[in-house]
Design a binder for this molecule. Sequence first.
Ligand SMILES: CC(C)(COP(=O)(O)OP(=O)(O)OC[C@H]1O[C@@H](n2cnc3c(N)ncnc32)[C@H](O)[C@@H]1OP(=O)(O)O)[C@@H](O)C(=O)NCCC(=O)NCCS
Length: 170
Amino acid sequence: MVLRAPRPSDLDEMLRFANCLVREKRMNPGLGILMDRRLNRKAEAKFLDGLLTGVRTKDAVSVTAEVDGRIVGHTEVRRQPPGDVRHVGRFGIAILQEYRGKGLGKLLMGTVLEQAGALGMKLITLEAYANNEAALRLYRSFGFKEFGRLGGGVRPGGEPLGLVYMFRQS
Ligand SMILES: CC(C)(COP(=O)(O)OP(=O)(O)OC[C@H]1O[C@@H](n2cnc3c(N)ncnc32)[C@H](O)[C@@H]1OP(=O)(O)O)[C@@H](O)C(=O)NCCC(=O)NCCS
């Protein structure tokens, strides 16, 4: 397994990765990710371009996990818009189903948070579905604290579910 920054040539792999998650979400609406529509190459190119631009301008950090040329995990922290919130970064992470529960989340999260800190993103925020026990435990283990909960903030499969807001300050 290789942990590395994403690059432009990852487009097709990133697309495959994202659509694997979308497929899983369609089978299991409770999966704690927002994406539920298949992405096309154009949409993924826009996403990747935005991310790589952010990395170049030091407004984002990102790490992908690659196994045999396949992307199996991705995490990122994106700086909030310029101005008084330049120290705030928004965190996200996802790992393909067959690679979960093996310590990869912990590894990716530790790596990307360190990179975000080095760029001055001292306050990291994230959101998680209230039923996403794996994610919530992972986040707590990195010192994230809940600062709010929006009841019914998401409706996976049409059922209202809370959205948990967390932060970590360093
Ligand atoms: C959340 C996610 C990133 C965790 O990554 P992972 O590789 O499975 O996690 P790890 O194996 O590194 O485990 C790290 C910690 O997470 C928690 N955890 C992981 N799997 C868990 C499970 N099935 N149940 C409860 N806690 C779990 C544990 O606290 C674990 O630490 P421990 O092993 O020392 O107890 C991963 O499950 C995932 O991608 N899920 C789908 C997408 C998603 O929900 N993204 C987050 C959106 S907010």
